[in-house]
Design a protein around this ligand. Structure first.
Ligand code: SF4
Ligand code: SF4
Length: 352
C-alpha cells in the first residue's frame, strides 16, 4: 500500500536497504556539487542544497528549505556504477593471462530521477548486468537545462523502480509519498514507520510533478528527430557548431547513456601486463581510426556523429532515443553548447 514517510521514515528506508546487505548509493554534497556516493543514513543526503544550471554553468546554493531532493542532475550519473569508467579485464605474469574476477556488488540506487531511471533502462539494454534495487525520486525541481518532458522521460517516473518517492514540504511538514513499483519494494515499504497515503497525498504529488513539467527549462523541437538528423547530414550548422566545440568529449563523459569504450594493453618493467577497458568518446580523434587514418578528422564530423547517433540512429540500433533530456551535456559543456538549440537550428525551416 502507498505510504507517507517523514524524515525518520526516510532514514529507516536507507538503513533497511543497508541492513539487507546492499551498497546504497545516493546524492551527497561533495566538491561543490551534488555527486553520487555511498549512503549510511538520511543524514548523508544533501538536505537544503539546490543547484542552478545553464549552458556551461553549474552552481550549488543553499535553499530556503531542507529538501533532500531539491536539486537536478549533477555531473555524475548512475552509469559509473553499471558501466565503470575503467576496468581491468586481464592481467598477465609468469603464469600467463588471467581474467580479472570482479566482486559482484548488490546495489540500491537511492533518489534516482525519472530521466536517469530511463537512462538506466537504455544503458542496461547495452551493458546488461543485474538490476539494482531502485528508489526513484519523482522530479519536482527541474533545472534550467532540463528537457526530459519533451523526451518523454520525466518528470514523473514511468516505471522500472522498486519504490518511488515524491517529496513535499508545506505547512503540514516535510514528507515523502512512497509508492511501491514491485513486490520487493512493497515488502520494504511495509516494514517502514509511516502512515497510509490518502487520496489528497497522491493528488498533491501529481500536481507537484505536473508543475515541474510546466517549469522545465528547455524543450526539444517537436519534430521527428530521427528523420531530422537523417535529412540534414550536410546542413551548414555542423560547421557553425564546430567553430564553438572544443571536441573535449565532456558531453559524452557526463551523458548517462553514452557507452563507448576503448581497450588498452599496458606492460610493466617487471614483465607484468594488463588489458583494461576505459570509457571512450566519439570526440577523440582516434575513435574513428580505420586502416590509413581517422575517418572523422573535423570537429564538424565528430559533433554530427555524436548528435546523429544520440537522437537519430540510436532508434535504428536500440528502438529508442539515446537522449533522456537530463541536460548534463549542456551544463558541463565548457563552450555552453546546447543540444536543444542545435536541434532547433536544424529544425528551422524543416517540415514539423
Ligand atoms: S545527450 Fe545530453 S541531455 Fe541527452 S541524455 Fe545525454 S547528457 Fe542528457
Ligand atoms: S559539445 Fe561541448 S562538451 Fe561536447 S565535445 Fe564539444 S565542447 Fe566538449
Amino acid at each position: 500500500m502507498d505510504a507517507v514517510l517523514d524524515l525518520a521514515g526516510l532514514d529507516a528506508l536507507i538503513r533497511a536497504l543497508v541492513t539487507s546487505g546492499r551498497t546504497v548509493i545516493g546524492p551527497v554534497l561533495r566538491d561543490d556539487a551534488i555527486t553520487l556516493a555511498e549512503l549510511g543514513s538520511a543524514a548523508d543526503l544533501p538536505a537544503g542544497w539546490g543547484v542552478e544550471t545553464g549552458p556551461g554553468q553549474y552552481r550549488v546554493h543553499r535553499r530556503a528549505d531542507d529538501a533532500v531532493f531539491g536539486h537536478s542532475a549533477g555531473p555524475q550519473s548512475w552509469k559509473r556504477f553499471l558501466h565503470p569508467p575503467r576496468r581491468t579485464l586481464l592481467t598477465s605474469g609468469p603464469a600467463g593471462f588471467q581474467p580479472v574476477r570482479e566482486d559482484r556488488v548488490e546495489y540500491a540506487f537511492f533518489g534516482v530521477r525519472p530521466c536517469d531511471l530511463s537512462a538506466i533502462g537504455k544503458l542496461r539494454q547495452i551493458v546488461g548486468g543485474p538490476m539494482p534495487f531502485v528508489v526513484a525520486a519523482q522530479c519536482t525541481e527541474p533545472g534550467g537545462v532540463c528537457f526530459c518532458a519533451s523526451m518523454g522521460c520525466g518528470p514523473s517516473a514511468g516505471g522500472g523502480y522498486d519504490l518511488a518517492l515524491t517529496e513535499r514540504i508545506d505547512g503540514e511538514g516535510h514528507r515523502f509519498l512512497a509508492v511501491a513499483g514491485t513486490a520487493a519494494g512493497a515488502e520494504v515499504l511495509d516494514r517502514l514507520p509511516g502512515r497510509p497515503a490518502h487520496e489528497r497525498d497522491v493528488a498533491l504529488a501529481e500536481e507537484d510533478v505536473a508543475a515541474a513539467a510546466r517549469r522545465m527549462g528547455r524543450a526539444m523541437p517537436g519534430t521527428d528527430l530521427r528523420d531530422l538528423l537523417a535529412a540534414n547530414r550536410e546542413h551548414p550548422r555542423w560547421e557553425d557548431v564546430a567553430g564553438r566545440c572544443l571536441t573535449c568529449g565532456n558531453c559524452t563523459m557526463v551523458c548517462p547513456t553514452c557507452f563507448c569504450v576503448s581497450t588498452e594493453d599496458t606492460t610493466e618493467l617487471d614483465g607484468g601486463a594488463a588489458r583494461s577497458q576505459r570509457w571512450a568518446s566519439c570526440f577523440e580523434i582516434d575513435f574513428s581510426q580505420l586502416h590509413g587514418g581517422a575517418v572523422r578528422t573535423s570537429g564538424a564530423a565528430r559533433y554530427r556523429q555524436w548528435m546523429s547517433h544520440k537522437l537519430g540512429t540510436w532508434h535504428d540500433q536500440f528502438g529508442t532515443s539515446g537522449c533522456v533530456g537530463c541536460g548534463r551535456c549542456i551544463a558541463w559543456c565548457p563552450a555552453g553548447i546546447d543540444i536543444t538549440e542545435e536541434a532547433a537550428a536544424l529544425a528551422e525551416g524543416a517540415p514539423g
